[in-house]
Each structure stands twice: as structure tokens, then as C-alpha cells.
Design a protein around this ligand. Structure first.
Ligand SMILES: O=C(O)c1cc2cc(O)c(O)cc2[nH]1
Length: 505
């Protein structure tokens, strides 16, 4: 959430977070080398939707101004909290060398590539984030009991990925003894679903590239739209097979059986107003297709569901919420049927894939603890990118007001740092964000009505051709009889024939 060097008592009191990329004096945001400047944060103030009635009570409103109101704006190809890094898809000292980051189907990686990916995830789970620390108290208590001890903690790269998701979905604390408000979600059930999760992945990919010192490292994806009830990536060479001893656990042959989750104590956070920290507790739980109480979530989405959802034309529709109908966003998120019609009992595509996992990966405050989350979301993002490519929407189709809090186009996404808006992620990835997907998309099969229509049209064409040919033949025959010539021999050929016979003579 915030750079380590900004969360000093002075930094927090000043509300300014503009470090130098090289740690030198009088060089806020690398201004001495033209990298960037320290400016006032722009935070969207347009009205949000009616779902959130507690304005003024939540640190995440108008993110990040409760904590900081001055930050770096970077020039050209530079980015990062101090303008010390290159924009996505660029590398080199001057950030002018393009890098190809290609996200591939994890099932199509070689054995070595699979091993490298699993081991990179495991390293990210154990490596402390080099730049970022997390708040462990709300803003009201951020300077600690003595008013001079900032309440922040180190966190590992992968746990930071988990924590940001938890923080974005957590309830609004309304005071001791009061029920926390759960009708708020800064990353789901609104247009920001696709843009928030896109940045979430970009941030992890970027952190892992730095950790591995490999600017071409790419997160792979899981094509979860394969139907049936088999989790094909749940094998020990990938995300872990099912344990033989406990159907809710991961096999001990997988490194992921050693992983412990964070952010499990939601009851405490909600009743005490505390915040999840880097403390790890229980192992990941997963029982794919095992939710016998909900047979509808015992199967994965079908390929046709992806083809159908890509045909939904409108990005989002009022009320820009989980009840929106004919909305591409609500369809890929999975609150609508794959064809776009809203149905409260339906769970499809992304939501269905989460619920299919039936365990850690199916609970919003915990789900990224199961690394399947990464691959499930890269595929969701690939569908979003394909939709952007096919429909080429104007940025204005993304609502600028009245979306649920956090989801307006100009809103900075919570709790990312430096501030980044939903609008900045509503662009095609290869051209604007420096990565692409290697993917084939299922075609929409014809409906019965379409097949019958095509058959009738084809039959009519055949009849018309036969009729035309017959009429022509009959006409030619009567014409040649009248002229005493061979039928079906054009005049030009006749003349050539005539000439030839003359020259031979
Ligand atoms: O109930 C749902 O539709 C549902 C569960 C779940 C878990 C998760 O981590 C998500 O990101 C979304 C989601 N939807």
C-alpha cells in the first residue's frame, strides 16, 4: 500500500509521499533528472452509487487522500512511487527498450517452465516486499498508542497480493459494538472488477519480475472454461493435486501444501476494527467440485460461455452493480448468465470458477491465498482484453459517476500505490500495458434456428443456380439452331476460329 520511506511520523503528518529514486536530497520523484514531480493527488469526487450510505466513515473513500495528498507524477516512460522504474513493457537505464511479456496457457508450458513458475511463486511467498509496507490499523489509530509509532508492517510479495484483495473487500468499521457494514466492495460487483483485478495482476507480475531480475517473466493463465468437474491444473507439477488423506487439502508432494494463509480472522477485524497483517495461520483448503450442497457450482464453465460473453456489446449497464443485465462486466464477473441476462441464482464464468474450488479460493477475503487465483484471474483478464479488442469501446462507456463506491472511471483503485485510476486499465493490453495473451477463442456455435435458416438459403441458391443454368442452355440451343452455330461457343472464339481457318487457307 505505501512505500516504506513515506510512513514515518513526519511523512504521515505532512501527507506527502514523494521520495527520490536514488535516495538523494532535493530530488523528490527524480525531479533533478527530469523523471517526475511531486504534485497534489487527484481524487475523484463525483457521486458514487446508493449502495454505500456511510460517507466519511471509511479510510478508503477518495483513495488515498486520508493518508497522503501529495505524490509523484512521472514523466514519459518512468513510473513507480519515486519515478525510479520503467513503465510496463519497457526496460533499460532510460526505460526505452521494449520487453515482450507474453502470458501463456499454463497447461502448454514445458516441464521446466512449469517448475520455474511454481518455484517463482514459492519464492514470492517467502520474499519480503522490497518497497511496500501495509497498515495494520485504521487511519484513526495509525500513529499508535503513543501518537508517534506508525502502525505498519513488512509483508512478503505474495502475501501483499493477498492483502490488497482483502483490504479492498473488507467491511466498513462503524465503531466498537456496532455491526460493520458489508455492502461495500472496492474490487467486485461493479465496473472496477475488470480494471482492479487487471492492475492487481500487473503489480504481482512486476514485483516477481524484479524479484527474479527477469523483465520478461509473465504470469500464465488457466483456461477454466473446459466444462466438467475435473480441475486440470490441480496436479503436483502445477498447483497441487488433492491429498490422499484429506479431500479438502493439497497433496504433500506439492510445495503449496506448505503454504499458510493470511487474513483468516475476519470476525476480529470486523468487530475490533483491526486490519489483517502478515501473520500466517492455516494451510490452503481446496476441494474442487466438492460442494455437494450447491450442485450448480460442481462444474466448470463451458467454452461456449466464453464465446457468448464476448458477444455482449455493452461494457456495463445501470446500476453498474451485481444486478446489472446485458452488461459484459457483470457477465464475465459471473453474476449474469453467459449470454448477459441477469439472474440472481446464476453463477457463471469467473464467479463459478471461484466457487468450483470450494475452499480458500471461494471466499473473497481469502481467495488469493490459493495461488490458483492468479491463473483464474489472468484468464479472466484475457477475456476482458479480447472483449476490448473486438468492441474497441470509447473510454466514455466506462461510467464516470453513480457506480458503487470505488468503481467510477476516475477513482483511484484501493489500495494501490502510486495512485492509479480505473480508466488507466480500460485500454488494450498489448498496445498500452506491455503484455499480451497467447490464446485461441472459441467460436459461437450456430443455433438450431440459424442452421435451419442457412439450410433454406443454401437450398434456394442451389435451385436458383440450376434454374438459371437450364434457362441459359435452352436459350442457347434455340439461338444456335436459328444461326446454324455450335451452342455455347462465344462469338470471340467463333471469330478466332474463322481467322484461323482463313490464315490456314
Ligand atoms: O459467491 C460468489 O459469487 C463469489 C465468491 C467469490 C470469491 C472470490 O474470491 C471472488 O473474487 C469472487 C467471488 N464470488
Amino acid at each position: 500500500q505505501f512505500p516504506r520511506e513515506c510512513v514515518t511520523p513526519e511523512g504521515l503528518r505532512s501527507g506527502q509521499c514523494c521520495p527520490s529514486p536514488f535516495g538523494v536530497a532535493d530530488d523528490a520523484c527524480g525531479s533533478s533528472t527530469g523523471r517526475g514531480q511531486c504534485i497534489n493527488v487527484a481524487a475523484d469526487a463525483r457521486p458514487h452509487g446508493p449502495q454505500y450510505p456511510h460517507d466519511g466513515r471509511d479510510d478508503r473513500e477518495r483513495w488515498p487522500v486520508r493518508y497522503f495528498n501529495r505524490t509523484c507524477r512521472c514523466n514519459g516512460n518512468y513510473t513507480g512511487h519515486s519515478c525510479g522504474r520503467c513503465r510496463h513493457g519497457l526496460a533499460g537505464v532510460n526505460c526505452d527498450q521494449p520487453v515482450a511479456v507474453v502470458r501463456r496457457n499454463v497447461m502448454q508450458l514445458s516441464g521446466d517452465q512449469k517448475r520455474a513458475f511454481v518455484s517463482a511463486l514459492d519464492r514470492a511467498k517467502r520474499t519480503v516486499h522490497p518497497d511496500i509496507v501495509i497498515a495494520t490499523r485504521r487511519y484513526q489509530e495509525i500513529l499508535g498508542p503513543d501518537g508517534n509509532t506508525p502502525q505498519f508492517e513488512n509483508i512478503t510479495i505474495y502475501n501483499y497480493f493477498v492483502w490488497t484483495h482483502y483490504y479492498s473487500v473488507s467491511k466498513t468499521f462503524l465503531g466498537a459494538g456496532q455491526t460493520s457494514f458489508g455492502g461495500v466492495d472496492f474490487s467486485h460487483e461493479g465496473p472496477g472488477f475488470v480494471t482492479w483485478h487487471r492492475f492487481h495482476l500487473l503489480q504481482l507480475e512486476r514485483d516477481m519480475q524484479d524479484m527474479l531480475q527477469d523483465p520478461a517473466f509473465a504470469l500464465p493463465y488457466w483456461n477454466f472454461a473446459i466444462g466438467g468437474s475435473n480441475c486440470d491444473i490441480c496436479t503436483d507439477d502445477l498447483l497441487g493435486a488433492r491429498s490422499n488423506l484429506d479431500m479438502n487439502s493439497i497433496s504433500t508432494n506439492s510445495i503449496f501444501s506448505n503454504w499458510r494463509v493470511i487474513c483468516e480472522s475476519v470476525e476480529d477485524y470486523d468487530s475490533l476494527g483491526t486490519i489483517c497483517n502478515n501473520t500466517e495461520t492455516n494451510p490452503i483448503r481446496r476441494n474442487p467440485a466438492g460442494n455437494t450442497a450447491r450442485p450448480m457450482v460442481q462444474r466448470l464453465p463451458e467454452p461456449k460461455d466464453v464465446a457468448d460473453c464476448l458477444q455482449v456489446n455493452t461494457f456495463d449497464t445501470p446500476p453498474y452493480y451485481s444486478t446489472s443485465s446485458e452488461s459484459f462486466r457483470n457477465t464475465i464477473e459471473g453474476y449474469s448468465a453467459p449470454q448477459g441476462n441477469y439472474d440472481p441464482v446464476v453463477r457463471s464464468l469467473h464467479n463459478l470458477a471461484h466457487l468450483f474450488l470450494n475452499g480458500t479460493g471461494g471466499q473473497t477475503h481469502l481467495s488469493p491465498n490459493d495461488p490458483i487465483f492468479v491463473l483464474l484471474h489472468t484468464f479472466t483478464d484475457a477475456i476482458f482484453d479480447e472483449w476490448l479488442r473486438r468492441h474497441a469501446p470509447d473510454s466514455a462507456v466506462y461510467p464516470s459517476e453513480n457506480a458503487p463506491i470505488g468503481h467510477n472511471r476516475g477513482y483511484n483503485m484501493v489500495p494501490f500505490w502510486p495512485p492509479v485510476t480505473n480508466a488507466e486499465m480500460f485500454v488494450t493490453a498489448p498496445e498500452n500495458l506491455g503484455y499480451s495473451y497467447e490464446a485461441d477463442w472459441p467460436a459461437v456455435p450456430f443455433t438450431l434456428t440459424e442452421i435451419i435458416t442457412i439450410a433454406i438459403v443454401a437450398a434456394l441458391v442451389v435451385v436458383a443456380v440450376i434454374f438459371a443454368a437450364t434457362t441459359c442452355a435452352v436459350r442457347n440451343r434455340s439461338y444456335s439452331k436459328a444461326e446454324g452455330r455450335q451452342p455455347l461457343l462465344g462469338e470471340q472464339y467463333q471469330r478466332y476460329d474463322d481467322d484461323k481457318s482463313q490464315s490456314v487457307v
